[in-house]
Design a protein around this ligand. Sequence first.
Ligand code: KTE
Length: 520
Amino acid sequence: MISIIPLLLGTLHTTMALASSNRPLIHFTPQNGWMNDPNGPWYDAKDELYHLYFQYTPNDTTGQLDIHWGHASSTDLSKWTDHGSVIAPDREGEGIFSGSVVVDYNNTSGFFNDSVDPRQRAVALYTLHSEDAQVQELAYSTDGGFTFEKYENNPVLEVNSTQFRDPKVFWHEPSNHWVMVLAKSQEYKIQIFGSTDLKNWVLHLNFSAGLYGNQYECPGLMELPVEGTDKKKWVMILAINPGMPSGGSANQYFIGDFDGYKFTPDDHQTRIHDHGKDYYAFQTFSDTPSEDGVLGVAWASNWQYARHVPTDPWRGSTGIVRNHTLAKVPGNPETDLLTLVQTPIFGDSIKRQNLHKTLNHTLSKNESISVSGNSTGVFDIEVEFTLSPKELNSRQLQLSILSNKVHGTQEEIKLGYDANVEAFFVDRGVDNEFNKNVFFTDKISAIAEPLKTDEDGYKTYKLRAIVDKNLLEVFLNDGVSTITNTFFFSSGHLPESVKLGASADEIYTVDVTVDELSLE
Ligand code: KTE
């Protein structure tokens, strides 16, 4: 008789061990507790350290208790050290809500003396939330962002409102002053203020546009280069939650000009920042080296179900840090549109092992390109495919991300392109308890025109999928469109292999690269 106890314990042990290993590896997650919005990402040029703060409740995984600013640091934006809470509420019922950090090189705030290197003069601006009001406060650091002192004369900005939050502040050189954009959330206004000392603020503009949803949140303004030109344009990012047509929380953006006081959009077009369900409360990094480009990071979740996702002892992660530019790309064969282009950043601590490379291979219906990993559960998959103009009733290219087998069961998520629908798709549906959540919509699509079309009508596209345990980030045509989603296999199941196949003969010719990623 086989003793079942060790077997059960063995199974239990294996399952428990694997369960904690569905924690993303190359994205930040708090060791314990809950996170939502990224706050105040900035670069310390003296110690060459990136800092990320975030909405954080250390003692619960649902974000219901009084919220702090958590803190993490990294030398390369991929491997993070969790430093725990860095700004905490002083009183019960208060929350240190979202905000930003600036480097006050010239000590305009008067907080610093010469003992603090100008590159480390970090000033945090955040919303102090209570049930009576949301007001804007300052805190400053004299140790390079590891501890903060709250300004003794807080708040610095209040307008007798309970819905006034999320200050994103930056220095605007041409007008030689600080700019703050923040949300008058339930009046659907992004307000732009100006200041010379981070303490006294003057209102310059109310901006309202795009999809309203239930409320505005987490605005941002960033100046981006236009690829192929020496021009730059300003981009207003705006989050709404709930009420995005895709369900729950998501970001939109507008392109225009900014003179330090007024943002003027070029057109009436509302542009969707990411077409997935899990990319919210985006913020750019302050004071990064110009050669880094314009870096930004978002929270990879959605308020519709963030508090219920099956991870433990943490909930919440960031999306991959991305660089941002603008480019004119076809909206359709007749009209090009200026569009945000997003490029994933992989730090030096990421070890990349090439598992497979296929070049110029024409797929037939019954074959598939299958690649097994070593179960780190982290892949970077690139498929460049050329679609023949053959008209058939089924012309689908499908990439499957398959889990290891646990007790004979294997789970998978799928993504790909359907030439008859002319759209990319992601299907993150898995048959388990959490996936029954009605808001965890599992089928998502996005469009992108071909990267190129030849004289015979052969069309070429690119699809990149970054898989990190329970995160799938898709970049179409080198990032002109992105689809970011969490996914949740059953406990013990981790992404382990990749399979690429076509639904008909000789429709797709592919170049395929599959790398497995790990951290040094
Ligand atoms: C969810 O959307 C609701 O209950 C909150 O208003 C969330 O708001 C607080 O999170 C945001 C920011 O506006 C707040 O500063 C922060 C956006 O944690 O996620």
